[in-house]
Ligand binder design. Sequence first.
Ligand SMILES: Nc1nc2c(ncn2[C@@H]2O[C@H](COP(=O)(O)OP(=O)(O)OP(=O)(O)O)[C@@H](O)[C@H]2O)c(=O)[nH]1
Ligand SMILES: [Mg+2]
Length: 336
Amino acid sequence: MSANDTVQLNGYVGFDTITSQINRKLILRGFQFNVMVVGPSGTGKSTLINTLFSTHIMNSSGRDNIDEPIRQTTEISVISKVIQENKVQLRLNLIDTPGYCDQINNDKCWEPIIKYIRDQHALYLRRELTAHREKNIPDTRVHCCLFFIRPTGHNLRPIDISVLKRLSEVVNVVPVIAKSDSLTIDERLAFKQQIREDIAKHGIHLYPYDLEDMDESERSLNAAVRNIIPFAVVGSEKTVMVNGKPTRGRQNRWGIVDVENENHCEFVYLRNFLIRTHLQDLIEMTACVHYERFRTKQLLALKEQSSSQVPSTAGTNTNTLTLAQKEVTKQAQTAA
Ligand SMILES: Nc1nc2c(ncn2[C@@H]2O[C@H](COP(=O)(O)OP(=O)(O)OP(=O)(O)O)[C@@H](O)[C@H]2O)c(=O)[nH]1
Ligand SMILES: [Mg+2]
């Protein structure tokens, strides 16, 4: 369409209300956001989720009393909650994973995590392939994976590199330096730089991504985020008093770490990025980058398989669809 096709209106038609019509529909439907946490045991995964959403959602493994047993996350579990802010409803799926390298033999310790992510893609594709496709397919695809790095100050371990590499091929990965209150300012700077170099050296392609149709402002926002990654965070569910005001922080013998203070840690940057600037983009990129890649691969494999089959085995359309759905499950399992 050229500029010549644009005509002047002689009166108000009202199609400019389409944005508020969409808005109303979206608000009615609500939003789904699925976040996974991955990292060694006890690095503060549950605490950070609770700090991010400002409510107690996940049980922490820490102890309040010395005689309490240590609780540890031992299997992948999904916690579903609905939170509401003004009129906007956010349905959260929080996927907790056990410390991925806690065993003596950590060979392929990432497999259950990758399998979980692929299974959600397969589930979605199966529902898309049904003859009577639902208008709103329930979305359990993982939109964001928070990857926790221990605050060691050393290089990333080979196991971290392996896991990061595999994860970034199937999901939007956001690395965070856990418990960064244990690092000095200089150590934190050097560690962040070291991690960025390791990530670049091993060709790990992390979120956020610049796509061709993005404008300059989106690109510069992404560039600013890349300059902060990995986010050096501190989590806490406790309220402490800072200058007479209640705030979330960690009270130590020598002072208070104020979680929301930008001079103390980068929690606020992480929250802004995940929730206030990139929430929609995380959901969109999951669909158009990761799921799309999975879908294309699966459907091409199906096509190849069906073309090598004898025509009489194809059956009716419905049968073909059922077969296709079964095949998607089978192939996703073999890929994992
Ligand atoms: N110093 C410090 N301690 C933290 C921080 N975040 C969490 N903790 C403490 O670390 C302990 C473990 O925290 P969790 O959030 O349960 O750790 P997790 O990674 O979920 O543990 P698993 O589920 O067993 O893998 C608790 O005692 C927390 O209070 C932090 O940023 N700094
Ligand atoms: Mg936990």
